[in-house]
Design a protein around this ligand. Structure first.
Ligand SMILES: [Zn+2]
Length: 89
């Protein structure tokens, strides 16, 4: 059943599967191992945009934006979806 896209659209940014961020190297390890960070378990915890699978380095959305600006050849497909990641509470 290919209901993935419909389900994803319905629930917004709640995605149980970590979304990979291809083309974006990690800050510390330069490994292309970044994925979307999961939402924090507690409301008071900081919300991060990405996390490295290798070294667990996390970036906030602002840090991620600044970081990806260094790479003008970076795929920009993710940038439009960033606007949908604003916490609504
Ligand atoms: Zn890393």
């Amino acid at each position: 059943m290919r209901v993935h896209h419909l389900a994803k659209a319905a629930v917004g940014d709640v995605d149980p599967q970590p979304e990979r961020l291809p083309g974006v190297p990690c800050r510390c390890s330069d490994r292309f191992a970044l994925r979307r960070a999961l939402l924090p378990a507690r409301p008071d915890d900081p919300v991060y945009w990405s996390q490295c699978d290798k070294c667990r380095d996390v970036m906030s959305e602002d840090e991620y934006r600044s970081w990806t600006r260094r790479y003008p050849s970076m795929p920009t497909a993710a940038s439009s979806r960033m606007n949908n990641h604003r916490p609504s509470h």
